[in-house]
Design a protein around this ligand. Structure first.
Ligand SMILES: Cc1ncc(COP(=O)(O)O)c(C=O)c1O
Length: 448
């Protein structure tokens, strides 16, 4: 092997807080309080790890999004995307703020009904609705968003046999300049599939076309695709009006607005790159208002935004279990929060905030969870202060998808608490026990 050339090492001064070629600065803010409540007290009472939600933050996000859209467009309706977080208490806050329910399975549908949502205020999306689920939705007068031709035929058959009429919308996918294209769900715009589905529905005596739907992607950090998507749906609405002299009742733009989290490896923080609700609203509403739809026929605009409304309102608190050194000398901090509780660790660089004060001296650290699995890595590398065993931290902006996608794996799942508007703390899902998990298991007689 040839001898390698010697390279003089360089030392670069980093100024915390100021973006540099090494990324953003490394000032780590402590988070002793959430919504005025002492995090240490919460963890003493409800354990570690602990999911914490702020009702105040949820209602504030709803207020912000409603204001941004309603000042630009007179008829806007929010529909809470159940899969983003379907804890009953959380859903009820959204319904209390005027949201309908947007569901993608029979399980979510039944949850919405149990949460007091009227059938006619449920939007039923998803590619895998069963015959029984479709029948229930038809009888309840829910909006069924048709995903593919097989579903259109199945629904027609159900309606024929039961002599019923269904309220439906066509889910449309399209090229909005995003790569890879989101063309897995619904009917394609560019190749004429969507227009074909619309025509079939318009001549079907059992299906009443109520609207057009799209969901163009998730964590969209540009608003232009929304403008394009809303224009394309508006063009379809105009074609329907011309050909059938019929005006659809709504255009549903789905979800996808980004939260303020930072994507893994992104150079700039999500705080700086995420568009505001006003920017999304401007992109969508200007496309509708400036379309050829007659002003008195403008449809209701439905939004199914999920993560942007709940991510910032959720926190996951945990404790340090140990520190060790990896073979390359890097510090590894092991914590009691695993990827089974923080699924979004796979695509966000989540911020970790110590609960108590710290030295401010940071070092490159990998943060691992407690699972005895190599994949249990929350942050491959971040500049972080030394926290010792028992020290606590909060992962902010973790309210979207983490609960609904959490898995019971190796350990049981922890308590979830909600800080109410008057700063009462309520458990909204109690920690799992061995009995909860074993209650569905059956031991065959010969193994008893
Ligand atoms: C049909 C539909 N609507 C709304 C949402 C919510 O999306 P987001 O959380 O990105 O706003 C999703 C999520 O995948 C979805 O599939």
């Amino acid at each position: 092997m040839s001898k390698q050339l010697f390279e003089r090492p360089t030392i670069t001064r980093l100024t915390p807080g100021v973006p540099s070629k090494h990324g953003t600065g490394s000032v780590i803010a402590a988070m002793p309080l959430i919504d005025g409540i002492n995090v240490n007290d919460l963890m003493d009472q409800f354990g570690s790890p602990l999911y914490i939600f702020s009702e105040r933050e949820i209602r504030k996000s709803m207020e912000d999004v409603k204001r941004a859209f309603s000042v630009r467009y007179h008829k806007t309706q929010m529909a809470w995307s159940y899969k983003t977080n379907y804890l009953d208490a959380i859903c009820r806050i959204f319904h209390n703020e005027g949201s309908w329910a947007e569901v993608v399975s029979g399980f979510e549908y039944d949850k919405a009904i149990r949460n007091g949502v009227k059938g006619e205020n449920i939007i039923f999306n998803g590619p895998a609705k069963s015959s029984d689920e479709l029948l229930k939705a038809v009888v309840n007068g829910s909006f069924i968003h048709i995903d593919h031709m097989d579903e259109l035929f199945l629904l027609t058959d159900i309606c024929n046999r039961n002599n019923l009429e269904a309220r439906v919308a066509v889910r449309v996918n399209m090229d909005t300049g995003i790569n890879p294209k989101w063309d897995r769900f619904g009917f394609n715009y560019e190749n004429g599939e969507a227009w074909d589905a619309i025509n079939r529905i318009m001549i079907n005596p059992h299906l009443n076309l109520m609207g057009l739907h799209t969901h163009i992607g998730t964590y969209m950090i540009s608003t232009d695709p929304y403008n394009l998507a809303a224009s394309k749906l508006a063009e379809l609405a105009v074609s329907i009006a011309r050909k059938f002299d019929f005006h659809i009742s709504y255009i549903d733009m789905g979800g996808g607005f980004a939260s303020r989290n930072t994507l893994r490896g992104a150079y700039l923080s999500g705080e700086d790159t995420t568009p505001s609700f006003d920017e999304y609203a401007e992109a969508i509403t200007s496309a509708l208002i400036n379309s050829q739809i007659k002003p008195d026929k403008l449809p209701v605009l439905i939004l199914e935004t999920g993560r942007a409304l709940i991510d910032n309102s959720g926190f996951l608190a945990g404790s340090v279990i140990a520190n060790k050194r990896l073979s390359d000398g890097r510090r590894a901090t092991i914590v009691d929060v695993g990827v089974n509780l923080l699924f979004t660790a796979y695509w966000y660089d989540h911020k970790f905030h110590p609960v108590g004060s710290h030295s401010g001296i940071v070092e490159e650290t990998s943060i691992f969870g407690p699972l005895c699995m190599n994949i249990d890595l929350l942050r491959p590398s971040l500049m972080f202060p030394a926290l010792k065993r028992g020290d606590r931290f909060v992962i902010a902006k973790s309210g979207a998808y983490n609960l609904s996608q959490s898995q019971q794996f190796i350990t049981t799942r922890p308590n979830v608490v909600l800080i109410s508007m008057n700063r009462e703390v309520n458990v909204i899902r109690r920690a799992e026990t061995l009995e909860d998990i074993s209650s569905n298991e059956i031991i065959p007689g010969y193994l008893l």
